[in-house]
Design a protein. Sequence first.
Length: 96
Amino acid sequence: MFTKELQDVKVTRLPSSISFECELNRPNVQVTWYKDDQPLRRSQRLGLEVEGRVHRLSIKNVESADEATYSVVAKNSRTAAKLSVQCEYLHCYGLD
């Protein structure tokens, strides 16, 4: 079902915005996004977008609390990737 799977994302400087993207083999497929197996909903920081067969989760102003495994499920198929925040405090916040 997935023709392009999610890829891991590493953040080394904050603030940052990131996105996870996958592509399905056909359009108009309902998907559900998860963070560590908890369903996600659109918010001021989380964007859930669909463009044809491409589904995208975007996270604005990434925080260390966003570090997790994110997955998307379409019917009986699933793909997952990790968001890791890896930086030292001063470098992380641009204070170096």
